[in-house]
Write a protein that binds this ligand. Structure first.
Ligand SMILES: [Zn+2]
Length: 322
């Protein structure tokens, strides 16, 4: 499996919807689906961090100091925040003996450390690329990096730890299982439900893509026509993020393009949001200002789609919007 096989997948809207609901039902539950059935035992606000095969466990007899789980997949597989939080630390070329983030921190190459509410802490090691920076706020299910083979590693995998409090590790597979999530297998929050958009497409979805690409400082004409120039701009964006540069906006590229938005934000990301909201029934002026009118439109959209109507546009709201 490679990036291409995922990002190039074309899902019709019915399948997308089913996939999304399945993912939300298993992985998120009551917090996102307003009236979730009691059979859904999942706890809101947590996500499987990546897809792959479990290759090494938490504090096994042969590796008693291994304080996380290893999930293996191809280099470049997306890695997502397991919960809302703040980027506490990003390490590149971390060094042997560095234990500031846990006993394995100095051996796990490029890594991301997130602080979460309630003294939770999560840690993602061996990354190929880190896609967040220190101090950045991240949403549950937000793309934070790409799986890799950096540090003391013999093949691409994610080394994943959860601590509570920090430096007191807990078995992340058990923690997620208690929240209805199967580590490595449950669709990560916000990773499903995106359409695949490529050259030849036209309309509001390509227009949203163009705003989101332009928001990253890449020059592209916002005309709603996914022509060669748009494909070239998408490839530039993909290259800049370490993604497979095929010019197709599939689920992985979408998760890299969208960023959490809230009232007070401004710019082309907000123009993309306003364009999508208008396509979903709102009547906003596409001015790039996320004010109270846009916030009301977001909450209305969220209510109509069974999402928590908090006015915050995170990965789940984005994935349902487009
Ligand atoms: Zn490991």
């Amino acid at each position: 499996m490679d990036d291409d096989s995922v990002s190039g997948r074309l899902l019709d809207s019915a399948v997308r919807r089913r996939t999304l609901i399945a993912a939300l039902g298993v992985g998120v539950g009551a917090g996102v689906l307003g009236n979730a059935s009691p059979a859904l035992a999942a706890v809101a606000g947590w996500s499987n961090p990546t897809l792959g095969t479990l290759t090494s466990g938490y504090k096994t007899p042969s590796r008693p100091t291994h304080t996380g789980w290893d999930v293996a997949n191809n280099q470049g597989t997306p890695v997502y925040a397991t919960a809302d939080g703040t980027v506490r630390d990003v390490k590149t070329n971390s060094y042997p003996g560095d234990t500031t983030s846990g006993p394995l921190a100095g051996r796990t190459g490029n890594s991301v450390h997130l602080n979460h509410a309630d003294s939770y802490f999560s840690y993602y090691g061996h990354l190929h690329r880190v896609l967040v920076s220190v101090g950045q706020q991240v949403s549950c299910g937000q793309l934070i990096g790409l799986m890799g083979n950096t540090g003391n590693s013999s093949g691409p995998h994610l080394h994943f730890e959860i601590h509570r409090p920090r430096l007191t590790s807990t078995d992340p597979r058990v923690l997620l299982a208690n929240r209805g999530i199967t580590l490595g297998a449950t669709a990560p929050v916000g990773s499903t439900g995106y359409p695949s958009v490529s050259q030849g497409a036209s309309g509001w979805v390509p227009r949203v893509v163009q705003y989101l690409v332009r928001a990253r400082g890449i020059s592209v004409v916002v005309d709603g026509v996914f022509g060669p120039g748009c494909a070239s701009a998408v490839r530039s964006f993909q290259s800049s993020r370490g993604l497979y540069a095929d010019g197709v906006v599939g689920p992985i590229t979408w998760t890299a393009l969208v960023l959490p938005l809230r009232e007070g934000n401004s710019g082309d990301l907000v123009r993309g949001l306003q364009t999508a909201l208008n396509a979903r029934g709102a009547s906003l002026i596409v001015d790039g200002g996320f004010g109270s009118v846009t916030a009301t439109a977001v909450r209305s959209f969220q209510s109509r789609n069974g999402l928590v109507a908090d006015g915050l546009v995170g990965p789940v709201t984005w994935s349902v919007l487009v």
